[in-house]
Design a protein around this ligand. Structure first.
Ligand code: HCA
Ligand code: CU
Length: 487
């Protein structure tokens, strides 16, 4: 297996993956710039960056028809310290909250949202302390019910803004607070006016927006927009919305209010990132995230997943705003704090997010990373790996390792050695160390004249002698012959 994300930057000798230092961005950029140096030979340099000096449009970016789109103009409201505190495993001490807040600030999120000071005395205290840290970039928000008592407590903490929420769906009106839309509207206006009078930001959001009556939603949003506020919020509290519904609602809302539009998506059906993207395409301005997506039930739009998605839409914009190399550190910090592992298939930082295995993929990646990557691992301080000690390997991937080991071998010889690696890997995946030993033994024997290309039996004898473990891994009698070089 390849190393877990934590160890991905370790030297490759113990691993079964080759780190491939092809630093070129995976996405053609608008400037045609290439970050970092490539150690690949010129012929293998990525081909997609030059277009005769003219700017080239990002083919994955928004289309001209997307006139409402804010995919190049949006902000993050990072809610690990509010929504994330609602995650089943979460218990954040003040010390942990401070570490997370400082890391998010250094990453560059525009807002950090904290649990309501009305939740508990410690929550009040933590909110005050985090407000007094003097973070450089992130504004501090707290999240409260639409209630004057909560609002009074919130403004006492020194926050830069208050996010107010109240349930507007019939489910929540009947089974949660039991109030009608007239009461909600009156209450909302009172709270908004009060927070505004303190000179700080105010957002009003309707919980369970997608199961609320459209007419109720639009009417209350229009009213609060007229009263004047920074943002209205749309929340898919139960994770029922799909991207088309999100697009429709946000586009309609965009035509009704003049303030900013914040969106909050739960991930019960796996749409949280796609919904966030659809919301931005429809004119939303702010997206709620949490690190690793932690939150109530299975959580909300993950910070790293949103970044991955938005990098594809506009890499230069995302790179200009956020310190992307910190993503892994922040995820590890939060994963430790809530005692979970970073998922193997996590966006960007999952241990196999940039590992290429099949021979056909490896060959193309070595020639041009954009063939099988739309994100460049180097943008995130990550490495690209080609896994080679397995039966799907190909001679191009093996050749890249031969070059890294500085062994002088012809293509014919590399193909010959690859055939042996495939034969052994048909029985058991070979570690990186095993692959290196095979290549070194092969190289020495070929150079000294002891071995000729095609002498597979002789090669096995040499491996038995110099690499005692190889015999145990040899195919049992009667096993099929390895296929010729797979790509
Ligand atoms: C909840 C509330 C909330 C609020 C979202 C918002 C939701 O925890 O139930 O303020 O926009 O999902 O509705 O997180
Ligand atoms: Cu939520």
């Amino acid at each position: 297996m390849c190393p877990p994300a934590d160890e991905q930057l370790a030297p490759p000798s113990k691993e079964d993956c080759v780190p491939i230092d092809t630093s070129a961005p995976a996405i053609p950029t608008s400037t045609g710039q290439q970050n970092g140096e490539s150690h690949l030979p010129a012929a293998a340099q990525p081909q997609h960056h030059s277009n005769g000096g003219q700017n080239k449009k990002n083919p994955y970016g928004p289309r001209y028809s997307d006139f409402l789109s804010n995919t190049s103009n949006w902000k993050i409201i990072e809610s690990t310290l509010r929504e994330g505190e609602q995650f089943a495993n979460a218990f954040f001490t003040l010390e942990t909250k401070i570490k997370i807040a400082k890391a998010l600030d250094a990453f560059g999120v525009e807002y950090i949202e904290l649990t309501s000071p009305a939740a508990s005395p410690e929550s009040f205290n933590d909110c005050k302390t985090i407000c007094s840290l003097g973070l450089k970039k992130s504004k501090i928000l707290t999240h409260i019910r639409c209630h004057m008592d909560d609002a009074r407590l919130a403004v006492e903490t020194g926050v830069d803004g208050v996010d107010v929420v109240i349930g507007t769906s019939s489910f929540l009106r009947e089974h949660s607070h039991g109030k009608d839309m007239t009461w909600i509207t009156k209450q909302a206006i009172e709270v908004i006016e009060f927070v505004k009078s303190k000179g700080i930001e105010i957002r009003f959001s309707s919980e369970d927006s997608f199961r609320s009556e459209l007419v109720d939603l639009l009417s209350i949003y229009r009213t609060v927009d007229k009263v004047g506020l920074n943002r209205v919020g749309v929340a898919d509290t139960v994770g029922c919305a799909d991207p088309r519904q999100v697009y429709d609602l946000v586009r309609t809302l965009r035509g009704v209010v003049s303030c900013d539009i914040e969106c909050h998506f739960h991930n019960d059906t796996g749409c949280a990132i796609a919904n966030a993207y659809a919301a931005l395409e429809a004119g939303a301005t702010h997206i709620d995230t949490s690190v690793l997506g932690i939150g109530e039930r299975n959580g909300i739009t993950p910070l790293g997943g949103l970044i991955a998605r938005m990098m594809v839409a506009d890499p230069e914009y995302v790179k200009s705003k956020y310190n992307l190399h910190m993503l892994r550190e922040i995820e590890n910090l939060v994963a430790d704090a809530v005692e979970i592992s970073v998922p193997f298939n996590n966006y960007i930082t999952g241990f196999c997010a940039f590992t290429h295995k099949a021979g056909i993929h490896a060959k193309a990646i070595l020639a041009n990373p954009a063939t099988y990557e739309i994100l460049n691992p180097h943008d995130f301080g990550m490495s690209r790996y080609v896994s080679i000690g397995h039966r799907l390997t190909g001679w191009n991937a093996v050749k890249s390792r031969v070059e890294q080991l500085n062994l002088d071998m012809t293509d014919e010889q590399v193909k010959d050695a690859t055939a042996k690696i495939k034969e052994l890997a048909d029985v058991k995946t070979q570690s990186m160390e095993d692959v290196d030993s095979i290549l070194r033994i092969y190289h020495t024997a070929i150079t000294s004249g002891e071995l000729q290309v095609g002498q597979q039996k002789k090669l096995q004898t040499l491996l038995d002698k110099h690499m005692p473990t190889s015999r145990e891994q040899s195919p049992a009698p009667g096993k099929r012959e390895p296929v010729a070089n797979g790509n």
